[in-house]
Ligand binder design. Structure first.
Ligand code: ASP
Ligand code: MG
Length: 618
């Protein structure tokens, strides 16, 4: 007999008919010999309706009262579903977040779960009842009984947290799509349903996948090894399994990480090759990395920054033993890259051996502005200069001088409170892949056959800011991103160029980054204000950009994956404006008008197309 947690989203319980259909499915699960805990959302768009009601009364309602209001939506559903189960002859009872002992931070409207005291719930389960729990809500402490909510979309998080606390066999998330797809089917008609995805991949796809699965739920599933499946409530199809490696033993106390960063990682076996001032036109990155891949050289970080005029800097890192070859390939290809192009005449290759990559990682940084800034500030305070920056949803990596590495790690561990020192030389390249397949739970594919690319995502809602010629000294990135954090602006992709120009005797760099389109102008104005203090050049805002990303754990071990992405873009004459990578993700910024097409050609290039059309409502 298994213990199963099932979660039904708003559309799945949107009407009385649907609630009755859910009751039937729950009943069948019990009849198959399982104990079932059900977590539900508010019916349909109830929560949005409640938000509108509040807005009619107050422009700035108290967050406490908002939680009091929004938590009622789920309570309607639990009562109705329990009645439907009882009508169907299935003993059941409803429980609020408080009653099942979901204890959270005292942070109204965005509380994280601290612990669950499930004794009451277990007692009812033992009596053979289905327990129907209100998702999205908890209480601040068992004394205060203040109702809190977990943030919009939080009922996924309630479900997975309960599954972790009850050590359930698995958690099923029922929704109105058949599972997780390779990309957005409204933009790519042959998007395919995935049988499985790793939790790390899912987190990197947060901006794409968040609509299907709350990233915090994925984080809990990963940290506690909860097998998780996303399925359609309308069919019996198997859906998509989100698989995780076996977790390190972890206490249920502080269940959701309340901190943003849960590891500091470093890699000293890195050397950097930079190509400076290569022409800015389609095909350059494709040719360079195509050549590198054909020599079977595995590239780790890739960064391409934009530049004034019409040239780019491209920099990448490789392991030391590949450096000579990577340098030779790069030098040899420069004439071809610049062929007949006068702008490329002063292109050159530069290598640096004594570097280290230092990263902070953690799903907690999603949606929290200021984490990257905190990293930069910490490094600046320790006098560590940052040479390269590359960011993804759940990681910020900085390339620094090798001699600064130890100091950087020590100070970062201190800032992010990682006293138990989980950091280690990760040798990232070997990290997730050297384990055997048995280490992945539930139906996992062996690592050796993990696809290089699992999904492709497009984000057209971003704007890019470029700060020209900012002095190359510790503290500049910190200043910039701290300022944005105080304005509550989340920064997505950050790229710092190679040192490019000497202005008044000081070396300078360009820093470019992307923010949500709606924050673009605010960010520009804020930076414009401190321009004298930064003593930098122009600040340029471009809202007509799009970001396309590929994500896949299998790319770590396969050379040439980024090259294939660049080649697909180049074949279709799509110019790449910026490149940033993390271990399992490559992102390119392109012109907005090319976004959808870029998504389509990349999806096709990795042969992700399915032969079955997936219907998804708009
Ligand atoms: N009802 C809440 C919302 O709409 C929580 C959820 O559905 O996950 O955000
Ligand atoms: Mg949801």
């Amino acid at each position: 007999m298994a213990l199963v947690v099932q979660k039904y989203g708003g559309t799945s319980v949107g009407t009385v008919d649907r609630i009755q259909a859910v009751a039937q499915r729950v009943k069948r699960t019990v009849e198959a010999g399982n104990s079932v805990v059900v977590v539900v959302s508010a019916m349909g768009k109830t929560t949005d309706g409640l938000v509108r009601l509040a807005a009619e009364i107050s422009a700035n309602p108290s967050r406490r009262e908002m939680d009091m209001l929004l938590s009622t939506g789920e309570q309607v559903t639990i009562a109705l579903l329990s009645m439907a189960l009882q009508e169907a002859g299935q003993p059941a009872l409803s429980m609020t977040g408080a009653q099942v002992g979901i204890v959270t931070e005292a942070e109204h409207s965005r509380a994280r779960i601290l612990r669950i005291e499930p004794d009451r719930l277990k007692h009812h389960l033992a009596e053979g009842k289905v327990v129907v729990v209100a998702g999205f809500q908890g209480i601040s402490s068992t004394n205060e009984l203040e109702i809190t909510t977990l943030g919009r979309g939080g009922s996924d998080t309630s479900a997975v947290a309960l599954a972790a606390a009850l050590q359930a066999d698995y958690c099923e998330i029922y929704t109105d799509v058949p599972g997780i797809l390779t990309t957005d089917p409204r933009l790519v008609s042959d998007a395919q349903l995935l049988a499985e995805i790793t939790s790390d991949e899912m987190l990197e796809l947060a901006s794409l996948g968040a609509k299907v699965l709350h990233p915090r739920a994925v984080e809990i599933a990963r940290n506690f090894g909860v097998p998780l499946v996303v399925r359609s409530s309308w069919t019996d199809e198997p859906g998509t399994w989100v698989v995780s490696p076996p977790p390190k033993p972890r206490s249920l106390e502080g269940l959701e990480l309340t901190r943003a960063v849960d590891a500091v990682e470093f890699d000293t076996d890195q050397a950097k090759v930079s190509l400076l001032r290569v022409p800015d036109r389609p095909g350059v990155a494709a040719r360079l990395f195509g050549e590198i891949a054909s020599q079977a050289l595995n590239v780790d970080l890739i960064i391409q920054s934009i530049h004034e005029g019409n040239t780019n800097d491209i920099a990448f890192t490789v392991v030391h033993k590949s450096l000579k070859q990577a340098e030779a390939v790069s030098s040899a290809i420069i004439p071809a890259l610049c062929d007949g192009d006068p702008t490329g005449m002063d292109a050159e290759v530069m290598v640096e051996q004594q570097i280290a990559k230092v990263s902070i990682a953690g799903a907690g940084m999603i949606g929290r502005p200021g984490v990257a800034a905190q990293m930069f500030t910490t490094l600046a305070a320790a006098g560590v200069n940052i040479q390269m920056i590359s960011t993804s949803e759940v990681k910020v990596s900085c390339v620094v001088m090798a001699a600064d590495c130890d100091r950087a790690i020590a100070t970062l561990c201190n800032t992010f409170n990682l006293t138990s020192s989980p950091y280690q030389e990760l040798g990232i390249r070997e990290l997730p892949l050297s384990d055997s397949s048995s280490e992945y739970s539930k139906n996992a594919t062996p690592h050796s056959v993990l696809p290089p690319v699992r999904g492709v995502a497009l984000d057209s809602k971003q704007a890019r800011l470029a700060i020209r010629s900012i002095p190359d000294r510790p503290g500049m990135a910190a200043r910039v991103f701290q300022l944005l954090a105080t304005k509550n602006i989340s920064v997505d992709m950050i790229i710092q160029s190679q040192r490019c120009r000497v202005v008044n005797g000081i070396g300078t760099r360009d820093i470019a980054f992307t923010v949500a389109q709606m924050d673009g102008e605010t960010a520009r104005l804020a930076l414009e204000e401190v321009r004298p203090e930064l003593s930098c050049g122009d600040i340029v805002l471009d809202t007509a950009i799009a970001k396309v990303s590929i994500v896949g754990s299998g790319m770590v071990q396969q050379p040439g994956v980024a090259a294939r992405m660049f080649a697909a873009l180049s074949q279709h004459q799509i110019n790449i404006q910026m490149i940033a990578t993390s271990e399992i993700k490559v992102s390119c910024v392109v012109a907005e008008e090319n976004g959808v097409r870029a998504l389509q050609v990349i999806h096709a290039a990795f042969e992700l197309s399915g032969d079955r059309r997936i219907e998804v409502s708009a």
